[in-house]
Design a protein around this ligand. Structure first.
Ligand code: AMP
Ligand code: GLY
Length: 432
């Protein structure tokens, strides 16, 4: 059968690569894909981003099902469109995608259903917002309501910074429509983790835990980015915390959406802050997989992933299971010169494996912002590659990943050298 992955990042390369190993999958179309998906055996790039044209392509090519990587097509209603034409697709409807596309929707939903999260209020009026932060005091967190590609959150350590963020969003319209409404919430301390599950409207299948590193530089310094590296599993999610997240966050969310008349289907990603008593709280919901969390997660999946998506689309996730590689997978992002503010494009990349990734390799190179031209690969965006190593411990996975990193060169390349440092300081929940 032929299947399709929508998107062009490292997440989509990893998803498509794993899907291509499914014995029943002949071709994975990637729309529009990147330089890595162009080279990967079994994958075929499709230069389409318009949603109507994608649906027409899926019909014409008899695509068995489509999986959506990024949030933008979900928020634009790709799932509603495909379903309306009788096409099989895994993802949330436009209404359900509001869990990610509107922070105010997500916060009101969590409050209504008793899901642990930071105290908050929502504002469109700057004077009221200024008065609120003066009352709550710093540190405090200012968030643009709408999708802002990871740039809509200001963790203000002083009141000055909080007031500036409010003015930037509500007065100067720096975030455009996304920042015309702001959510202001209390600062939460603790350790972050990404908790991602598949949902079919009713049943939930959990993926392995993961953790990403959002800051540009080592030791969590520098500006926030989309993610500079990630690993799976995340030792901070002990079995006891896993059970709490399922009981207090995931199941109430899935059941709450159904009760509100907007059943959730697709990936549900809870960005968690876990405090030192082990209480998890939701920082945000995404209605898609994480990038770069997907890369280490896909590296560890041993089951037939296409079969899992088919069960999910049929509402039979209770019959699906995933077998995991027990090893840790750790991915290091190689970013472009100038990332995150002004990434440079068009740098030639040397040292890449020529023919994609073997199914059983212990180091995988997933492309994100790259394109192929006359047999060469060039950078084409902020996050360029994610080199993912597998190993029996976090340290070994890290060593393997950096061996892979050290074979690759391009002008202006930036990467962190400490991905996994928190996990290395801890033991895995299963003791490995
Ligand atoms: P978000 O897009 O909501 O996940 O926010 C981006 C990043 O900002 C998160 O990964 C956290 O590092 C930080 N953050 C968001 N909300 C809070 C909060 N209430 N307290 C502390 N840090 C936060
Ligand atoms: N790595 C964080 C995200 O995908 O939202």
């Amino acid at each position: 059968m032929k299947v399709m992955v929508v998107g062009s990042g490292g997440r989509e390369h990893a998803l498509a690569w794993r899907l291509a190993q499914s014995p029943r999958v002949q071709t994975v179309f990637v729309a529009p894909g990147n330089g890595g998906t162009a080279r990967e055996p079994g994958l075929q790039n499709v230069p389409i981003t318009d949603l109507q044209q994608l649906a027409e392509f899926a019909e014409r090519e008899d695509v068995a099902f489509t999986v959506v990587g990024p949030e933008a097509p979900l928020a634009a209603g790709i799932v509603d469109l495909f379903r309306g034409r009788g096409l099989r697709i895994f993802g949330p409807t436009q209404a359900a995608a509001q869990l990610e596309s509107s922070k105010d929707f997500a916060k009101a939903f969590m409050k209504r259903h008793g899901i642990p999260t930071a105290e908050y209020e929502t504002f469109t009026d700057a004077a009221a917002a200024h008065a609120y932060v003066d009352r709550r005091d710093a540190p405090i967190v200012i968030k643009a309501d709408g999708l802002a590609a990871g740039k809509g959150v200001v963790v203000a350590t002083s009141l000055d910074e909080a007031h500036q963020a409010i003015d930037a969003m509500l007065i100067d319209n720096r975030m455009g429509a996304a920042g015309a409404r702001v959510v202001i919430e209390d600062f939460l301390a603790g350790e972050e983790a990404s908790f991602i599950v598949l949902v079919d409207g009713r049943n939930v299948l959990t993926l392995a835990s993961s953790q990403d590193h959002k800051r540009l530089r080592d030791n969590d310094q520098g500006p926030n980015t989309g993610g500079m590296g990630a690993y799976s599993p995340a030792p901070v999610v002990t079995p006891a915390i896993h059970a709490r997240v399922m009981r207090e966050i995931i199941m109430p969310t899935v059941n709450g959406m159904t009760r509100d008349g907007i059943p959730f289907t697709g990936f549900l990603y809870a960005g968690l802050m876990i405090d030192d008593t082990g209480q998890p709280r939701t920082l945000e919901f995404n209605c898609r997989m994480g990038d770069p969390e997907t890369q280490p997660i896909m590296a560890r999946i041993k089951s037939d992933l296409a079969a899992v998506f088919e069960k999910a689309i049929d509402g039979k996730l209770d019959e699906a299971e995933i077998t995991w590689d027990r090893r840790t997978a750790l991915g290091v992002v190689l970013a472009a010169h100038g990332y995150p503010d002004d990434p440079r494009k068009g740098d030639l990349i040397n040292g890449l494996p020529a023919n994609g990734n073997d199914a059983d390799a212990d180091c995988l190179v997933f492309h994100a912002g790259t394109y192929e031209k006359e047999g060469q690969i060039y950078s084409n965006g902020g996050r360029v590659l994610c080199v993912t190593g597998l190993g029996d411990s976090v340290k070994m996975a890290q060593t393997r990943a950096y061996q892979g990193v050290d074979t690759i060169h391009f002008a202006g390349m930036q990467c962190r050298r400490d991905i996994g440092f928190r996990a290395i300081a801890r033991k895995r929940p299963d003791g490995a």
